[in-house]
Design a binder for this molecule. Sequence first.
Ligand SMILES: [Zn+2]
Length: 211
Amino acid sequence: MNVMKTKMGWIEVVCGSMFSGKTEELIRRLRRAQIAKLKVQVFKPTIDSRYSADHIASHNSQKLLAKAIRSAQEILNLVEKDTQVVGVDEAQFFNQDLVTVCQTLADRGIRVIVAGLDQDYRGVPFEPIPQLLAVAEYITKNNAICVVCGNPASRSQRIVAEGDRVVVGAQEAYEARCRLCFDAKLHEKIKQKEEKHAKSKTTHRQPEVRA
Ligand SMILES: [Zn+2]
């Protein structure tokens, strides 16, 4: 007896640090679906304007047409009736609504593939990815390679002083690091160093003024 319901959807999450090949893997899966002549729609947040406004692109410059949106809720309005696969890139830029949206799509029979950062630059879980991991059927966690020691790298090390959670589109502001080489307070140390440097410059100048 066949009790399986047809047209079951599910959620796949591809997560990991920066430079771990998340978008590359997302594009690979979506391409396979396109080759199989499935109807695919791809979304990305408008905040991520790097490379191209209407594409998602990996660091090895693979590209796929994508619709830039401001909120996860828009996906529900934009997904067409006959769409079979939905891809979402840079999912960490969406709020918690993304979880409900992905669940709704999967319940409708759609295969949902989401890629995003699972930790921020401090090594803190980056919502809504943790919540998505909990409800997903399939999870892939990619590692990069630590630029310091060559071990598998699960963290995105910020190497500039900025304190915002994300420095958008500034790849050069980060590097992949392993657990041992990662320093959650590095950006603060850089900031202190810069401030100290600026201070020493001013104090250095003062005697010259007096002289
Ligand atoms: Zn390392």
